[in-house]
Design a protein around this ligand. Structure first.
Ligand code: AMP
Ligand code: MG
Length: 318
């Protein structure tokens, strides 16, 4: 299993007698292994929830033909589905409030980085500079469900928010179907509802330095989204290059953080904020989260210190 899929948050299920019957479905979308685990629901429902991932990818991916985002990137005016329009609106809000640290208009730049290339290679500097001059979510004009790009060379990439949005869609579906206790593991984005067997879920947060567990977070219901330089990247000439880019340079963000986990009731918001906070660093992260009531975060600094913003029920590993 790829490390990017194994990822950062994984569940330490409470060993409380396994009272609830568990149904599980596993699949692959957004370049990640996805797991749907229901406590008290059937396999068919778990599969149905999982099938939402394919549908979301066929709507939101900038890498596949025929998606809403591919149409937007191709130019012209596009009528979006309501959920895609909502996700773009939220992304623009976080873009504004984060001073552009979360930038879904960075697609042309991120396309130049190939984190799977063997041997590892940096993008061409001139091409990067050119792509950067057309980057920016401010080039996305959104009016309700109608959208277009004001710069024909701008490109939208929803990689930083799509899995969180998918978590919200799956959770809404399962709740509507009457499932009150479940866990969704979408690779770096964990969504839980209703606790398990009467107690909060215990979520292990990975230590990106060694793959061990940094500590455990207790969460009854909500989403935990992690952004970390360890998730995807390569090392070249002794330097680590990872997939979370600083929109002001086009190069991997270096803001003194090794990982950020953001907690929120909204998956899309948690996902957007975790990326933004990683780019902003500790101080900027605290300022950004203060603008979004109900959010909190666990940070690991490059000095190996953990920091908590807001309220997080975190127990460090001893
Ligand atoms: P995440 O793992 O949620 O932090 O998202 C990282 C992904 O979002 C990357 O793989 C890129 O596709 C994209 N991305 C990288 N840097 C940024 C950024 N500063 N703002 C928005 N999207 C980004
Ligand atoms: Mg994100």
């Amino acid at each position: 299993m790829k490390r990017s899929c194994a990822l950062l948050l994984f569940l330490c299920l409470l060993l409380s007698g396994c009272k609830a019957q568990t149904a599980e479905a596993q699949g692959f979308a957004f370049d990640t292994i996805l797991t749907v685990r229901l406590f008290g629901g059937g396999e068919a429902l778990a599969q149905e929830a999982l099938s939402l991932a394919d549908a979301a990818e066929r709507r939101l991916s900038c890498h596949l033909d025929g998606t809403e985002i591919a149409a937007l990137n191709a130019g012209g005016e596009v009528t979006l589905s309501a959920s895609t329009a909502d996700l773009l609106a939220l992304s623009l809000d976080v873009y504004d409030k984060s001073g552009g640290a979360l930038d879904i208009g960075l697609g042309g730049v991120s396309a130049l980085w190939d984190f799977k290339s063997v041997p590892p290679a940096l993008p061409d500097e001139d091409a990067l500079e050119e792509a950067l001059s057309h980057a920016g979510a401010d080039k996305l004009a959104l009016d309700g469900a109608r959208a277009h790009l004001t710069d024909p060379q701008a490109q939208i990439d929803l990689g930083a928010v799509a899995k969180g949005a998918l978590a919200d869609e799956m959770a809404a579906f399962l709740t509507e179907e009457g499932v009150s206790s479940f866990l969704l593991d979408l690779g770096g984005c964990i969504c839980v509802r209703g606790g398990k067997d009467g107690a909060p879920f215990r979520i292990g947060v990975e230590d990106p330095r060694d793959g061990g567990i940094l500590g455990v977070v207790s969460l009854q219901s909500g989403v935990a989204s992690t952004s970390s330089g360890a998730q995807r990247g390569f090392t070249l000439d002794g330097k680590r290059y990872h997939h979370i880019l600083d929109p002001s340079t086009g190069y991997p963000a270096e803001a003194g953080l090794l990982s950020v986990t953001v907690f929120s009731d909204s998956g899309a918001l948690a996902d957007a904020l975790s990326t933004a906070c990683f780019v902003l660093g500790e101080e900027g992260a605290a300022e950004l989260l203060a603008l979004y009531p109900g959010t909190s975060a666990l940070l690991l600094t490059d000095k190996g210190e953990t920091r908590i913003i807001g309220e997080v029920a975190f127990t460090p590993s001893t």
